[in-house]
Design a binder for this molecule. Structure first.
Ligand SMILES: O=C(O)C(=O)C[C@]1(C(=O)O)C=C[C@@H](O)C=C1
Length: 373
């Protein structure tokens, strides 16, 4: 006992020396990697030219991260290790070309959180006021990519996002999933007993409905344009002595200096939102991909049945089907279908060909790597 006590002061400096020496090796290697990435940028420029060069390669990034996770032996967990490499690649890509990412704002939304998770922190993130503005910002070339929410495991699909694909030529280049934790937030200078109104985005209020019914049955729920906006309003109200609470996430809480009164108040602990990355790029196969289609069906008996039968016939695994009203014909429908595989895979391209024979329009919204993180 006394021996091991005496050993600690000797080993701590030794261990720290070892850490210092490992750090300097890691640093050298990271810079060596960064120099490599710069050379990759030169090769891309020479091959593709100034106007059409594409630096960001979602399929390659997914492969790098998957390999990191596969070869990881711990003690750091796979996800933790992948997050570190996520940021290393983000820094390397910023050396090739700094990227501007439009997202559904304002600052502090879960969509911003998703953008940082997908691209790492070395980006310029540009908050937009609405989903169609995110699309326009990317279409105009003002942003390289956009991030928009598409579905939540509790509340279902985000119609604005699906509808935006009707008239857009943008492609889906990636997906990212984010566990959504909601917190009840208040300004530190108000008394929680005085709170009469709770602000949040309508989806967040819905995701916390049972919790609110139980603990805040008398507070009025006010739907605002985003949960980050709710946090901003709660902070503003607090400064003016008005007792307003907000439901929002971690980064909105930090951004507006609010107090977390109750944490993780979502009704379902597995509450997850899926986001899409939109851009101007066709992404090659990464080995583990998904494809999204928009299909306008002919208005005839069994139309949907025949579309779905093509997937069954060729053993292609459909993961999602959403229906939206067509704006072209009354009682006509548009189907959004996700399936496993890349549109260039044999079975997938056969399915798409057969769908084209049956439907009035089939638009491949994109093939992209399945979310890694
Ligand atoms: O392999 C490439 O094409 C690179 O540009 C290198 C790199 C990386 O750091 O590994 C950087 C950015 C790309 O999005 C993918 C990978």
């Amino acid at each position: 006992m006394s021996n091991s006590k005496r050993a600690v002061p000797d080993t701590l400096p030794l261990l720290r020396d070892r850490i210092d020496s490992i750090d300097s090796q890691i640093q050298l290697l990271i810079n060596e990697r960064a120099s490599c990435a710069q050379k990759v940028a030169e090769v891309k420029l020479a091959e593709q030219g100034d106007d059409s060069v594409v630096f960001y390669r979602p399929e390659r990034e997914a492969q790098v991260l998957r390999r990191v996770m596969e070869r990881n032996e711990g003690p750091l967990g796979n996800e933790e290790m992948a997050k570190i490499f996520r940021q290393v690649m983000s820094s390397c890509l910023a050396l090739e070309k700094p990227m501007r990412i439009a997202f559904l704002g304002p600052e502090g939304t879960f969509t911003q959180q998703a953008a940082l998770k997908h691209f790492g922190k070395s980006i310029v993130s540009a908050p937009m006021a609405a989903i169609d503005e995110v699309f326009r910002e990317v279409e105009s070339g003002a942003a390289n990519y956009g991030v928009v929410p598409v579905e939540n495991s509790t509340e279902g699909v985000v119609n604005h996002t699906l509808d935006s694909f009707r008239d857009s030529q943008l492609k889906i280049c990636g997906e990212v999933e984010e566990r959504i934790h909601h917190h009840l937030l208040m300004s530190p200078n108000i008394n929680s007993d005085d709170v009469t109104h709770i602000y949040s985005h309508q989806q967040s209020l819905a995701q916390c409905r049972a919790w609110l019914d139980r603990y805040w049955p008398h507070a009025e729920r006010v739907a605002v344009s985003s949960n980050a906006e709710a946090a901003r309003l709660a902070a503003d109200a607090g400064r003016n002595g008005r007792a307003v609470a907000a439901i929002a996430g971690e980064i909105a809480c930090e951004l507006y200096g609010l107090l977390k009164v109750s944490a993780n108040i979502e009704d379902r602990p597995d509450n997850t939102t899926r986001f899409l990355i939109v851009g101007n790029q066709e992404v090659p196969a990464s080995g583990k991909d998904k494809t999204s289609l928009l299909i306008s069906a002919k208005n005839e008996p069994g139309a949907l049945y025949h579309l779905l039968a093509a997937f069954e016939r060729h053993g292609v695994d459909m993961t999602r089907l959403e229906t939206r009203p067509s704006l072209m014909s009354r009682w006509g429908y548009i189907f959004y279908i996700d399936f496993v595989g890349h549109h260039s895979d044999d079975a997938c391209s056969t399915v798409i060909e057969e769908l084209r024979e049956r439907a009035s329009e089939v638009k491949v919204l994109g093939s992209y790597p399945v979310a890694v993180l």
